[in-house]
Design a protein around this ligand. Structure first.
Ligand SMILES: Nc1ncnc2c1ncn2[C@@H]1O[C@H](COP(=O)(O)OP(=O)(O)OP(=O)(O)O)[C@@H](O)[C@H]1O
Ligand SMILES: [Mg+2]
Length: 221
């Protein structure tokens, strides 16, 4: 489903502060796989997720998403691809804290043309899938860390994407809540989702089918 071939990412290319963040990356992920991405801080894990999520550009090499060449896509096409096929779970949750859980989860649906009523139903279904439909009307700022992480996952799955990208989804959570969040991912994996999880935690990685190590911008399998 995802194929990266000798892909390179250089921040601030051509400037004095240029930084070679991904070096000759070869990386393939099959449909339905659950993969952990590990490595030291600054190694390039988030950069890799951003490139795979099509929000960051890359310099050379090839990126194929379901056989389609991402490097040749316009920004508009990439935005459409993201909206339909990719769900992001961010470490800092990326939620709007003054809005309710429900309206946060509904946000990605505004990209499409569904009716408000249908969007609400879908968002409630996603909140139910992560076990917090009872918190739909609560503002995100009044939720706990684990609850916020669930809202972030609900938002990532509300459009029923084929690929889920999670950047340290349990980084800010205690052991018990982490295990609960990992159960949600395991469940989504069982339902056929392809999942990439960046983590510093060996227990989280152990729950994935395989682990990829990144060190200094290079993948060491
Ligand atoms: N916008 C940017 N401009 C320049 N350099 C950047 C930019 N974003 C990241 N970098 C650099 O690229 C390298 C990889 O960053 P990245 O965020 O991918 O690391 P990471 O593996 O996710 O680390 P962490 O575990 O701390 O989250 C770092 O050295 C970082 O300083
Ligand atoms: Mg990171």
């Amino acid at each position: 489903m995802i194929e990266l071939k000798t892909l390179n990412k250089i921040y601030n290319k051509g400037k004095s502060n240029a930084f070679h963040a991904l070096k000759d990356i070869d990386f393939t992920v099959s449909q339905g796989e659950m993969v952990a991405i590990m490595g030291p801080s600054g190694a390039g894990k988030s950069t890799l997720m951003h490139v795979i999520g099509t929000v960051d550009s890359f310099e050379n090499g090839v990126y194929l998403f379901q056989g389609k060449n991402v490097g040749l896509m316009s920004e508009k096409r990439k935005a459409a691809l993201r909206a339909k096929k990719i769900g992001f779970v961010l470490q800092d949750f990326g939620l709007i804290s003054d809005e309710t859980a429900l309206s946060n989860v509904m946000t990605p649906l505004f990209f499409g043309k569904a009716r408000l009523r249908d969007m609400k139903a879908k968002a409630l279904q996603a909140l139910k899938a992560v076990g917090i439909e009872n918190l739909a009307k609560k503002k995100v700022k009044n939720l706990s860390g684990g609850q916020k992480q669930r809202v972030a996952i609900a938002r990532a799955i509300v459009s029923d994407p084929v690929l889920l990208l999670a950047d340290e989804p349990t980084g800010a959570l205690d052991t018990k809540t982490s295990a609960e969040i990992m159960d949600i991912f395991a469940n989504l994996h069982q339902k056929g989702k392809t999942i990439l999880i960046v983590t510093h935690n060996d227990e989280v990685a152990a729950q994935c089918e395989r682990t990829v190590q990144i060190v200094d911008g290079k993948i060491i399998e």
